[in-house]
Design a protein around this ligand. Sequence first.
Ligand SMILES: Nc1ncnc2c1ncn2[C@@H]1O[C@H](COP(=O)(O)OP(=O)(O)O)[C@@H](O)[C@H]1O
Ligand SMILES: [Mg+2]
Length: 353
Amino acid sequence: MKNDESNPLIGICVSKDDYPGLLNLLTKRLQTALDHATFIRFHLTDIDFEKLKVKAAEYKKSSNEWQEGIFPMPDVVYMQCSANRETIKRIENIIGPKVFNSFLFDKWEGWKLLKKSWSLRKHLPTTQLLENNADLIDFISKFNYCDVIVKPINGYSSEGIYRIKFQEGKNIEISSTKGLKIEKQEFKYSKEFWYLLSPKFFAGTHIIQQSIETIKAHENVSDIRLNMNKNRNGQWEVSLLLFRIATNSSVVIPKSITAYNPDKFMKSSIYEKEKMGDIEKTIINLGLKICKAFDKSEYHMADLGIDLGMDEKGHLWIFEVNPLPFPTRGSVLDYSMTKPMEYALYLASKRNI
Ligand SMILES: Nc1ncnc2c1ncn2[C@@H]1O[C@H](COP(=O)(O)OP(=O)(O)O)[C@@H](O)[C@H]1O
Ligand SMILES: [Mg+2]
């Protein structure tokens, strides 16, 4: 059954536990969404594939409330939770290729997907999934890295990230971020060190990664946040581009940051713009290549949050790609707040092939 073309039905598929942060974000997105569409949120288990109906809650802009009801299959689905390929295919068999952000991948899956692209390889830090403690030793000895990052494949906001430095004749130095605090520990190459690391790191839940020394401003490390979205014409474009600078001596970007646009960042760092070239253009080109890698994959993505780092030579490194990015709030304008809904309307207006 086809819905009313002048008032398409846009479905946002959310997880069963209705994580409050995500619900607030969704409500915020819809407060500014265009009026000529109906927006519903639903769980995968609420789709009746026999009757082609879905039990869902409709967003009512006038009262800023959600109202439960039974709806036809949406014209477009924006995934905000994980689903297996079969379920996505099942929905696509009904509505066409109009299910987007259909792959919620972890850091290891993301890295493997990007690694397939020749042009992205030089931007990916060497990475390995840790499945047992021999993996860590192998990684360090094989690549001769003395500075590595261990991070949870499903982590966020730099929580649970450890930076391990091995220096000849010196203790092993481990730093980690806990909320706004940095914890530094030193170990002799001994049982203590292994006790800290195992077994939590070695269950396929963490990756080990070559550590990148990112360009500094005021002595503090930086990274880059690039949000990319498909727009109302179905084309990828930049929604947000920021340099983030740690407000303390953290080795990773912690919760507390200062955000700069590329121009202001280059002015505040000791690097001369002329030597680094047109940084903004280079970052966007890399972002577009990342988006293209997803377009070539079997997944339909349209809302990506990319974390990059630039080293002192101006080379860019990909730290991670977030398939469920949270728009940046505050004084900066982040168009990734509204773009997914605009793209949904674009998909709805397209005829099924
Ligand atoms: N390989 C790395 N080398 C140096 N810094 C890193 C590396 N990986 C991550 N970081 C720093 O840690 C931050 C968080 O890492 P990220 O992979 O984005 O995980 P998450 O944001 O999910 O916690 C990055 O934004 C970056 O500042
Ligand atoms: Mg990140």
